[in-house]
Design a protein around this ligand. Structure first.
Ligand code: NAD
Length: 261
């Protein structure tokens, strides 16, 4: 499959799953816009490495996913620079672990903005161009938590269930325009996001780090293995292929059997 001539915007792609997806799409020939926070020199090194490794154009846009106007501007800028935005991957996400009655209100608002509303803003800005060109792929990184819940993750679970609903709605709206809209629901993938929530889970549940990994994280995953970022990226690439043109409105699990239980 070749994505040569296509342009992909991948939010939250300075690290983890997003970076793997951006690199995998670039490997197929797509120009990519990476986005996210982090050390400026490290981000520039990743951007330049994508160009060097895959011979495509790669740009960086620092749009904050809590800011709808910045998201719309990112899409407009990418369309102007590359001629189109054909693939939108809504991947940016954060986590906060706390009981509901102690959940900081600002964290709730931030998680809903980054993990859910940013996808709405991105779709809203990118869909007109995709419809006009009669081709588009919108993929959101949801989570097993778009299908089932865990305690102490109220905002995250609510936002991810929201992504699943937004995916279905958008898919129906653009179904006759050559645009597919799907979400991918990984179980636990070993990334900085997972690593960072270990101390909070240790505190919330009174467990050691080893116990959090075995009894909380991999407890949910029947295969007892973490999903890899490259496995998630491969599924995103597949969803961009012509073979996947009839997959739309779907929520695809890649969770080692977690949600089968
Ligand atoms: P990560 O922390 O490695 O990456 C998150 C990315 O989002 C980073 O690039 C970060 O800079 C960016 N980001 C955070 N806040 C932002 C903001 N306000 N504006 C712009 N960018 C912002 O995490 P990850 O594990 O790779 O997670 C990526 C996605 O996958 C998230 O939506 C997450 O919920 C989802 N997910 C992760 C797992 C897992 O186990 N790691 C499982 C299921 C779903």
């Amino acid at each position: 499959m070749s994505l040569k001539g296509k342009t992909a915007v991948v939010t939250g792609s300075t690290s983890g799953i997003g970076l793997a997806i951006a690199r995998a799409l670039a490997e197929q020939g797509a120009n990519v816009v990476i986005n996210g926070f982090g050390d400026a020199a490290a981000i520039e090194a990743e951007r330049a490495k994508i160009e060097a490794d895959f011979g495509v154009k790669a740009a960086y846009d620092g749009a904050d996913m809590t800011d709808g106007d910045a998201i719309a501007a990112m899409i407009a800028k990418a369309e102007k620079a590359f001629g189109s935005v054909d693939i939108l991957v809504n991947n940016a996400g954060i986590q906060h672990v706390s009981p509901i009655d102690e959940f900081p209100v600002e964290k709730w608002n931030q998680i809903l903005a980054i993990n859910l509303s940013s996808a709405f803003h991105g779709m809203r800005a990118a869909i007109p161009g995709m419809k006009a060109r009669k081709w588009g792929r919108i993929i959101s990184t949801a989570s097993a938590h778009s299908l089932v819940a865990s305690p102490f993750k109220s905002a995250y679970v609510a936002a991810k269930h929201g992504i699943a609903g937004l995916t279905k709605t958008a898919a129906l709206e653009v179904a006759t325009h050559g645009v597919t809209v799907n979400c991918i629901s990984p179980g636990y993938v070993w990334t900085p996001l997972v690593e960072k929530q270990i101390p909070d889970t240790m505190a919330a549940r009174g467990l050691t780090k080893e116990q959090v990994i075995s009894d909380v994280l991999l407890e949910a995953q029947p295969t007892k293995q973490f999903v890899t970022v490259d496995q998630v990226a491969s599924l995103a690439v597949y969803l961009c292929s012509d073979a996947a043109s009839q997959i739309t409105g779907a929520n695809l699990s890649i969770d080692g059997g977690w949600t089968a239980e």
